[in-house]
Structures are given as structure tokens and as C-alpha cells.
Ligand binder design. Structure first.
Ligand code: AMP
Length: 211
């Protein structure tokens, strides 16, 4: 029998997942809200990663991994600013994200970045793949997780590892190509049938039998 999520979480040094009620308080500079989010938004934190609850979760479980003060990744403005010199710290950052994913109640969880982030400061999504959320409203929201716009964390590492210069050219080139997928036509991620809008897509998914 599978181990209960709360027990798994405890073993990996995480609390049980229980998102806060309500939306985050709006700051004057929206893009900067992930620099120092309020303590109440924290799910778990140590010297390597601070996990906060995504303020507008796009699935039943949706966390953002941030670099805490003192981390070598703290002043990295976005995934686009990662360079090969960050690899060691990034591997530790992603390893903790993987432990977090294993501790969560949902079994299928993705870890990665948006090719063109909307918010400043490095943040890695840890998100369950149900995408069952009233906050998931637009084609951009859908495409940002369902197309190659979403860059798996291990792919970011791989691109930095293959970079033969200090400027992260391979990573930046890949991200620029992926960013175009934000505008892809809307389609079911299972049967790939085109959908005319988000309500149609949500209704279709409930009935889609393709796995
Ligand atoms: P990205 O497109 O990768 O930059 O994703 C930014 C994420 O930050 C989105 O999933 C938003 O829902 C989330 N977000 C935006 N503002 C806040 C906030 N004030 N607190 C917590 N999460 C936020």
C-alpha cells in the first residue's frame, strides 16, 4: 500500500500541504512580488529553497521555489539569467524541489520554468498535473504549462551543462524558441483535438477518454 502523503512529507522534512485561504495582497510593483513575499505565503523553507504557495494556483497543488537570502541564486533575476557558474547551486535547488514533489499529496507533479516568466526573480514551478483550478482561465495559462513553453528543470540543467561559453547561450537560445509556444492554438493535451476557448477545453477534458 502507498505511504500516506503526510508521512512521506514528514520523512523528507516538509509539512503537510495545506494552502492558505485568500489571495495575496497586491503590491504596487506586481512584477517584484516574488522578491520578498510575506511570511504567510511560505509552505516550507531552508537555506537552499523557500517554497511559497503560488498566489493564483493553476492546479490543486502549485508551489513556487524561490532562492532565499544567502543563496548563490538569490540575485538571479529569471531563468534567462542562469549561467553555467550557477549549476552547482541550481542542482541543489532542483534536488530539493524533487524532494518536495515526492512529499506532496498529488502523485503527478511537474517541476520547471516558464520560458518567458511574467514575474521577476528566479522561481521554479512545482505543480500537480491535474490543472484543476478556477485560476486557470486563459489560453496563455494553459499553454504556459501544456506546451514547450514549460521548461523542465532537468532540461535547464542539461542546457547549462552543454554550454561551451560562460554566457548561457544554449539556454537562452532554447528559451527564446520555446517562448513562441505561448501563442499556440488551444488543444487538448491528451487527444490533441483543437478547442475554441477555455470553457470548451475544460468541458472537453472532463469527457476525454484518451490517456
Ligand atoms: P511565471 O509566468 O513563471 O513568471 O509565473 C509567475 C507565477 O507567480 C504565476 O503562477 C502567478 O500565479 C504567481 N504569482 C503572481 N503574483 C503572485 C504573488 N503576489 N504571490 C504569489 N504568487 C504570485
Amino acid at each position: 500500500m502507498a505511504e500516506p502523503a503526510a508521512k512521506r512529507a514528514k520523512k523528507l522534512d516538509f509539512p503537510a500541504y495545506a494552502p492558505p485561504a485568500g489571495k495575496p495582497t497586491r503590491t504596487s510593483n506586481l512584477r517584484e512580488a516574488l522578491r520578498d513575499p510575506p511570511a504567510t505565503s511560505t509552505y516550507a523553507s531552508d537555506e537552499v529553497v523557500r517554497f511559497i504557495y503560488d498566489g493564483y494556483p493553476k492546479a490543486r497543488v502549485h508551489l513556487l521555489a524561490l532562492a532565499p537570502p544567502g543563496s548563490p541564486l538569490r540575485d538571479v533575476k529569471s531563468v534567462k539569467d542562469l549561467r553555467p557558474k550557477h549549476l552547482e547551486a541550481l542542482r541543489a535547488f532542483h534536488a530539493r524541489c524533487e524532494e518536495c514533489a515526492r512529499s506532496l499529496p498529488e502523485e503527478s507533479v511537474r517541476i520547471g520554468y516558464h520560458a518567458e516568466p511574467s514575474m521577476n526573480w528566479l522561481h521554479c514551478h512545482v505543480i500537480s498535473t491535474d490543472f484543476d483550478s478556477t485560476c486557470l482561465k486563459t489560453k496563455q495559462h494553459w499553454n504556459s504549462f501544456m506546451t514547450d513553453f514549460f521548461v523542465p528543470a532537468d532540461e535547464v540543467e542539461r542546457l547549462l551543462e552543454t554550454d561551451d561559453d560562460a554566457f548561457g547561450t544554449a539556454l537562452r537560445t532554447d528559451l527564446a524558441a520555446r517562448a513562441k509556444h505561448e501563442k499556440d492554438d488551444l488543444r487538448c493535451h491528451r487527444c490533441l483535438k483543437p478547442q475554441k476557448n477555455m470553457p470548451a477545453l475544460k468541458a472537453h477534458i472532463l469527457a476525454c477518454t484518451t490517456y
